[in-house]
Design a protein around this ligand. Structure first.
Ligand code: NDP
Length: 458
């Protein structure tokens, strides 16, 4: 048997790679990990965590407004972007250090540098060649920008989190998670926001009721949401940017942010040298156990483009470590993964959308309510909450739970447990609500609604 420097070399120190490295180390493997930027990866350094901190910041503008209705005298609030970014950066530094300590604690050798695969067992990192019996690729994804004149003037979510000043006018291009979340962040912090989406309705792939309801809420708040329109060119005129749009109009702004999807980070890794198979979009093809077509090379997380969410990458990394080094083979389970959009109000969703449920089960029962939450009876804010259950009538199982409203991600996380337990509508009904909450609506929905019926606020 050839002897290698390591049992496992992990390329990519994001949430998935670090989890796989740590758990493999815990199972007794000799592990090394390489990260070219900062340990923590997309989620910790330039994704979920800094984004959520900015979401909290943005939400205060509503809180200040709402407080007056509850008797508070709030002096005219002012906002300091650099103070927020500095506080956010400090927290990211702290988390980055924790990630490095976690690896150290698990006996994992952490390299700071870009790793390239030279052959099936040899990796070059930091000018050093090391060998490993197994290689795990966990190097994530990166923002995709379309090709159009002036695109070099655009920023992505990477830069948006580190701007030196808050733009007065920002245009966000895209209608996915990132576009919607950043539109809400910049709007909440006081920028004039225009969101441009090329399709008919934002958040393609989410349940239509939720998509439509959120689009209404966004517009009500004053975000200029325009659908069916795209950018054809970007021109810099002095300090401003002028966007030419497909509808023949132009739009002037201080920043334009593209949130037009992400692509797997597979370029220049040396995958062609070892013959690792890629899908058309550059994602690494893997089987249910995260194995590539090359025996000793595995891949997890966004680079495999399965479900591109941090907890999914962590699940895949943990399952890999238990399977390969823990003597307990198991596949990651990609069914009923809950997810959220941290918009204002946020969305939480788990299970099937209405069209998916119909496609899989034929006819389904829909239960739904849209209402003004108790808090806003005093504030007068026009914001509504939407809850929706999709039930497969034969087994009576709840197969989809969707919510738009305050705390939807917190609420739907636990609905995800119910779905994992194959909960039925009767079991939802038998659950006594907590009053007064919005979540109790999920256990008090009694009337089926007609399919595809528009959902107006009560
Ligand atoms: P998405 O793939 O979700 O959305 C991309 C958006 O850009 C779509 O609206 C798409 O339109 C549009 N688009 C694509 N190409 C173009 C183009 N050339 N011109 C104009 N518009 C275009 O990507 P995101 O970047 O929003 O997010 C990436 C991933 O990150 C998500 O899949 C998600 O898994 C993860 N994520 C999760 C979050 C969370 O859990 N809260 C938060 C942020 C990201 P169309 O619909 O027509 O294709």
């Amino acid at each position: 048997m050839p002897s290698y420097d390591y049992d496992l070399f992990v390329i990519g120190g994001g949430s998935g790679g670090v989890r796989a490295a740590r758990i493999s180390g815990g199972h007794g493997a000799r592990v090394a990990c390489a990260e070219e930027y900062r340990y923590g990866g997309t989620c910790v350094i330039r994704g979920c965590i800094p984004k959520k901190l900015l979401i909290y910041a943005a939400h205060f503008s509503h809180d200040f407004e709402d407080a007056a209705a509850y008797g508070w005298n709030v002096p005219e609030p002012t906002f300091d972007w650099s103070r927020l970014i500095a506080a956010k950066d400090k927290e990211i530094d702290r988390l980055n250090a924790i990630y490095e300590r976690l690896l150290d604690g698990a006996g994992v050798k952490a390299y700071h540098g870009r790793a390239t695969i030279l052959d099936g067992n040899t990796i070059e990192v930091d000018g050093e060649r090391v060998t490993a019996e197994k290689i795990l690729i966990a190097c994530g994804g990166t923002p995709s920008l379309p090709v159009l004149p002036g695109i070099e003037h655009a920023i992505t979510s990477n830069e948006a989190l580190n701007l030196t000043r808050l733009p007065e006018r920002i245009v966000i291009v895209g209608g996915g998670y990132i576009a919607v979340e950043f539109a809400n962040i910049f709007h909440g912090l006081g920028a004039k926001v225009t969101e441009l989406y090329r399709g008919e309705q934002i958040l393609r792939g989410f349940d239509d009721d939720v998509r439509n309801a959120l689009a209404e809420e966004i517009a009500k708040q004053g975000i200029d949401l325009r659908v069916g329109v795209n950018v054809t060119a970007i021109e810099k005129r002095g300090e401003a940017l002028v966007l030419s749009l497909t509808d023949g109009t132009t739009l002037e702004c201080d920043e334009v942010m593209y949130a037009t999807g992400r692509h797997p980070n597979t370029d220049g890794l040396g995958l062609d040298t070892v013959g690792v198979e890629l899908a058309a979009n550059g994602a690494i093809k893997v089987d249910d156990f995260s194995r590539t077509n090359v025996d000793n090379i595995f891949a997890i997380g966004d680079v495999t483009d399965r479900i591109n969410l941090t907890p999914v990458a962590i699940m895949e990394g943990h399952a890999f470590a238990d399977t390969v080094f823990g003597g307990a083979p198991r596949k990651p389970d990609h069914s009923d993964v809950a997810s959220a959009v941290f918009s204002q109000p946020p969305i939480g969703t788990v299970g099937l959308t209405e069209p998916q449920a119909r496609e899989r089960h034929g006819e389904v029962d829909i239960y739904r309510a849209r209402f003004r939450p108790l808090k806003h009876t005093l504030t007068g804010r026009e914001e509504t909450t939407l809850v929706k259950l999709i039930v497969e009538p034969e087994s009576e199982r709840v197969v989809g739970v969707h919510m738009m409203g305050a705390d939807a991600p917190e609420i739907v996380q636990l609905a995800g447990v119910a779905l994992k337990c194959n909960a039925t509508k009767a079991q939802f009904d038998a659950t006594v609500g907590i009053h007064p909450t919005s979540a109790e609506e999920f256990v008090t929905l009694r009337e089926k609604v007609a399919p595809q019926q528009a959902v107006a606020a009560e």
